[in-house]
Design a protein around this ligand. Structure first.
Ligand code: ZN
Length: 288
């Protein structure tokens, strides 16, 4: 699972880097990138803040080398500051122990690439660390959010681990200072509820919203349910994100059609849109 994601991420990143920095240089074109989940998404070129360069990869290559060494010497004190900082531990044993403890609290490894469930053993965790630190380029891309500008933002979960939605893991989101929203509900009530949600969530520094007319330009798309969509537990909406290198690049909010044409003051519509918008901004359900 993890290997596939990383390989995809790496492959498409090469394509994007070419597109961004050769073909589309000095143009206002959007860049088409393939999300970790498969679908392609257009991202404005100015949403990319840096390109991964050789020095970055060398930095993470050195960390990979150190990690592989310390896996063989788990109780030796890690002297390299970058590696210590990367692992958040002073020895490899300590790092393994912390992932081992974290697996039941969050159900996932803290770096978001693989599930470490209750049943995972320490040997599985060691294997996971070996894999994670075997490909410096992929690691660099993940740590640098695929070159996307995240305005220094990490969602709520970042202090305790990444955010998980079904099969999607998010560590951050692209350009929260400019969240483009497409309202595909065709419902004045829903539109009103969306503007109220904008006002609510804009109180948090980082977030600015604006409507766009084209869903391809939107970071958040809001619509009624597709025929096969099922609402999430406890509410009448659903949030489905797409990520790139674990960075949210687009999220789709689905609202039950029967809610859409009720007055926005009807608690459910207002509340469901607020709730799902919260997920789009990296908020988790409290019952998680
Ligand atoms: Zn929810």
């Amino acid at each position: 699972m993890k290997q596939i994601k990383i390989t995809l991420c790496g492959m498409f990143t090469i394509a994007i880097t070419l597109l961004t920095f050769i073909m589309f240089e000095n143009t206002a074109n959007a860049v088409e990138i393939k999300s970790d989940q498969g679908p392609y998404v257009y991202i404005p070129e100015n949403y990319f803040s840096h390109k991964v360069n050789d020095a970055d990869i060398q930095h993470y290559q050195a960390i990979c080398d150190h990690v592989q060494y310390y896996l063989q010497h788990p109780d030796e004190v890690i002297t390299d500051p970058a590696t210590r900082n990367e692992l958040g531990a002073t020895t490899m044993s300590q790092h393994i122990e912390s992932l081992y403890k974290g697996r039941s609290a969050y159900g996932f490894a803290t770096d978001g690439s693989v599930e470490v469930t209750h049943s995972k053993s320490k040997a599985d965790i060691v294997k996971f660390i070996q894999d994670r630190y075997s490909d410096a380029y992929s690691l660099t891309m993940i740590r640098m959010n695929g070159g996307l500008n995240i305005n220094g933002f990490n969602p709520d979960g970042s202090s305790t681990g990444p955010i998980h939605f079904t099969n999607v893991t998010m560590n951050s989101m692209v350009k929260p200072s400019d969240i483009t929203v497409y309202d595909g509900t065709n419902s004045p009530s829903a539109h009103k509820a969306i503007t109220i949600a904008f006002t609510h969530w804009s109180r948090i520094p980082y977030f600015n919203f604006r409507f766009v007319d084209n869903p391809a330009e939107a970071r958040i798309i809001i619509s009624g349910f597709d025929k096969d969509t099922k609402p999430e537990q406890g509410t009448e909406g659903l949030f489905v994100p797409l990520t790139y290198c674990y960075t949210e690049i687009q999220g789709h909010i689905y609202i039950k059609p029967e809610l859409l044409h009720r007055d926005w003051r009807y608690a459910s519509l207002d509340h469901v849109i607020m709730h799902e918008m919260g997920h789009a901004l990296g908020r988790v359900d409290l019952y998680n």
